[in-house]
Design a protein around this ligand. Structure first.
Ligand SMILES: [Mn+2]
Length: 351
């Protein structure tokens, strides 16, 4: 589709050299990802650490809240040997270079303390005013992945992207854009093609096809049997989650149902309710919808076809989660003009 090329607005080159020069006095960099990091956050953080080590000679800590839960994401971390530090173990020093990728301050989906100083914000989600307090703020909301921006930095500085890092970027682009089919721009296509010759395909295979536990199939079984169909909306209450991003994993999966244009998936993990929304490209306003149905009751974010949220209220029981689920489905139904009081079940034999 060459016509989309003309739609991309030319952007002035990012003053990378100048931004790096402003950070030459630092000894250590702490790079924050969003909580429960996905491949785009992981590859972007790892790539940025290569840039910082090469250009600034700093030591680097990759920090995240939550857990790396999804089997593919765990396989990525293990096979590439990406060293991660839980935020609880990070003690920020006044001289630290503090960076954030694939998220922004005060979004509620990362673990940098609210109001904390920050030097670098690099993201592809809609820009927030709070990010402007970072002297190096590079937010390109039109792009499909944060990894695309970091890969461009490395090319700009002529830093070698070795096979493991190329594989990380490639995996991030593939999963984040569903093989360039979802929210990918010409920049992602270009990065993808440049990376192919350097990818380690044996490594990539192990990341794409990880072995999974019995619990994975139990979750899948539960998801299928609890899936409700309300016209074009599929809604799933997964109950207790083995890990938070299971809601996103199942939402992705269920969008393949022929009738589904919207999938909302909800579950609870360690007393908190998580929600994930996926939409068809034709209904591309997932972030807006999620923010609207969650309102002031949680932290919500996302872009065109994918969004996530976490509710603030503690959800300590199956009943409490049921209530939250019914509330979110009701609000989403209202927004779509769809009655959600009498669900049709995806599977007839659901018990
Ligand atoms: Mn991303």
């Amino acid at each position: 589709m060459t016509s989309s090329l003309a739609l991309e607005t030319p952007r002035p080159p990012f003053p990378l050299q100048e931004k790096l020069d402003g950070l030459r006095d630092r000894r250590r960099a702490v790079i924050y990802m969003h909580d429960n990091p996905d491949p785009d956050a992981l590859a972007a953080a790892w790539g940025l650490s290569h840039l910082f080590v090469h250009e600034l000679g700093v030591s680097v800590t990759l920090a995240h809240g939550g857990i790396v839960g999804r089997a593919q994401n765990r396989a990525m971390v293990e096979n590439l040997g990406i060293s991660l530090t839980p935020v609880e173990m990070v003690k920020l020093e006044p001289t630290d270079l503090i960076a954030m990728v694939d998220s922004q301050p005060e979004t509620g989906n990362n673990s940098l303390p609210a109001g904390h100083r920050i030097d670098v914000v690099i993201d592809h989600h809609p820009p927030r005013a709070e990010s402007q307090r970072a002297p190096w703020c590079d937010i390109r909301a039109d792009l499909g992945a944060t990894s695309t921006i970091i890969f461009e930095y490395l090319r700009d500085r002529k830093i070698t992207v070795d096979a493991p890092l190329a594989t990380a970027f490639f995996f991030a682009l593939r999963t984040e854009t569903r093989d360039l089919g979802r929210e990918a721009t010409e920049s992602e296509r270009e990065a993808y093609l440049l990376l192919v010759p350097s990818v380690d395909h044996a490594l990539l295979y192990r990341m794409n096809h990880p072995k999974v536990s019995r619990a994975h199939f139990a979750a899948l079984d539960r998801a299928l049997r609890s899936a409700q169909v309300h016209g074009e909306l599929v809604a799933i209450n997964l109950g207790a989650l083995g890990y938070p991003d299971l809601v996103a994993e199942i939402a992705d999966l269920m969008l393949s149902y022929e009738q589904a244009k919207y999938v909302l998936c909800v579950g609870r993990f360690r007393g908190l309710a998580y929600a994930s929304l996926r939409t068809e490209a034709s209904e591309s306003r997932a972030g807006t919808i999620m923010r609207s149905i969650v309102g002031s009751e949680g932290a919500a974010g996302g872009h065109g076809t994918m969004a996530g949220a976490r509710l603030f209220a503690k959800v300590r029981s199956a009943n409490a989660l049921d209530e939250a689920f019914t509330m979110l489905v009701g609000r989403l139904g209202h927004l779509l003009g769809q009655d959600t009081s009498k669900p049709d079940w995806l599977l007839a034999s659901r018990i």
